[in-house]
Ligand binder design. Structure first.
Ligand code: NAP
Ligand code: F7E
Length: 362
């Protein structure tokens, strides 16, 4: 098979040439993966991983002129875009019928917890019922019996919410604290139900927070690393945040998509917690991000505003991923300090380049 797997290529042209070099025969031998949420943080990391493993990758893209399509075309030319929406069952059936995938990764969701309080019905529809629709589409296309399609569902540590025990495992009861968490609980439970009722190969990864340079600016890690970079460059004076006391078990998204893939390579489908086992406060995140750009007096640059506090908060998350480590052989490779270093370095480079571009264009 042609070799497109030598790590990240240095430019998009080389990736396009490489992808075009596959013959139809070679493509027919490649496993096929269908990914919803391909334009999101995890979708991008997963696309890279699957491509490096020789998969043909199909990514579901919603909307008639999705603003992230240009980025996808430039950075992931090997991803075949397929139209569809998790709110629309016929579009999912059509997409799966066309792709005939071996593996489905359902990453699509309204994923921002704060937004879910304001758009609870939309969140329930996409993040919750969207899972049911995807399971039905897999059943309709793959068959009611001996269905060959394997499905991964992106469950979340937000399901633990007001935690009943620490650390949290696959057996910890759920107590969600947001419409997002409630929708994820429904998605998780319906995956278990379809697996038990219809013998489907469907797995849920209960992933704790995972971040990286591709993280959306709405999430606290990226908001803080980007603000630290901009303040260092003199482009911003302060960052306005909410609760600095909550604790999260933060890992690197590039590590976590490996666990998703591993789950679908096992003899039996199952659910797994994916976490580092280390927790930090938001204040730790702020202090370490500012220290990374050489600012020790971070308090002078941070203001709190009640508008960023949530109606109900998840105070503490810390995961026990013993099952994933022993059964899947999965290990996180990037720790919290390395993660912050990586994100701050990326934001310094990004913001400096944007600033130069603005100066050039007057
Ligand atoms: P993300 O960056 O917010 O990406 C969400 C994706 O969902 C985007 O590609 C978005 O497409 C897509 N989407 C939104 N509405 C859709 C719809 N109606 N139909 C189809 N797709 C839709 O999220 P992420 O961080 O990559 O997370 C991936 C998944 O893992 C999500 O299900 C999230 O809830 C879950 N999760 C994430 C974490 C984490 O820490 N990152 C932890 C646990 C679980 P557009 O670009 O078109 O909007
Ligand atoms: O908030 C606090 C906020 O929005 C983290 C999603 O990927 O992980 C993510 O959900 C914490 C919360 O992530 C700000 O109150 C303070 O305690 O970055 P976040 P999240 O809510 O943990 C889970 C596992 C998912 O599944 C989700 O999809 O930070 N916080 N000040 C703030 N948060 C934000 N966003 N912005 C602030 O200004």
């Amino acid at each position: 098979m042609s070799d497109c797997t030598g790590g990240r290529a240095s430019d998009a042209d080389r990736r396009v040439d490489c992808w075009a070099s596959f013959t139809n025969y070679e493509r027919a031998l490649m496993p096929r993966a269908f990914v919803t949420g391909i334009t999101g943080q995890d979708g991008q990391h997963l696309a890279e991983l699957l491509h490096s493993k020789g998969y043909e990758v199909f990514g579901m893209v919603k909307g008639q002129n999705n603003p992230r399509m240009h980025m996808m075309r430039d950075e992931f030319p090997y991803v075949e875009p397929v139209p569809g929406d998790l709110a629309d069952l016929p579009s999912l059936v059509k997409a799966l019928d066309m792709v005939q995938p071996d593996e489905v990764y359902n990453l699509g969701a309204i994923s921002f917890v704060a937004l879910s309080f304001n758009q609870a019905e939309l969140t329930a529809n996409i993040t919750g019922l969207g899972v049911l629709r995807m399971l039905e589409a897999v059943r309709m296309v793959g068959g009611a019996e001996n269905n060959p399609i394997r499905m991964y569902q992106a469950s979340s540590s937000e399901m633990f919410g007001k935690v009943r025990e620490t650390p949290q495992t696959e057996m910890t009861p759920f107590h969600p604290r947001s419409p997002y968490g409630c929708a994820k609980v429904f998605g998780h439970d319906i995956v278990v139900n379809y697996r038990e009722s219809y013998g489907m190969y469907a797995c849920s990864g209960i992933l704790f927070n995972h971040e990286g340079p591709r993280r959306g600016m709405e999430f606290v890690t990226r908001k803080v690393t980007n603000a630290a970079a901009r303040i260092k460059l003199g482009l911003q004076n302060e960052v306005v945040l909410g609760n600095l006391d909550s604790k999260r078990d933060w890992g690197y998204a590039g590590d976590y998509v490996k666990a998703m893939w591993l789950m679908l390579q096992q003899d039996e489908p199952d659910d797994y917690v994916v976490a580092t086992g280390v927790t930090h406060t938001i204040e730790d995140l702020v202090r370490m991000s500012f220290a990374e750009v050489g600012i020790d007096n971070w308090q002078d640059y941070v203001r709190q505003d009640p508008k960023y506090f949530r109606p109900a908060e998840v105070d503490l998350l810390i995961g026990d991923s013993t099952k994933a480590r022993t059964k899947l052989g999965w290990e996180p490779e990037v720790d919290f300090a390395q993660l912050i270093k990586m994100m701050v370095a990326n934001d310094l480079e990004l913001e400096a380049a944007r600033h130069r571009q603005r100066q050039i264009s007057g």
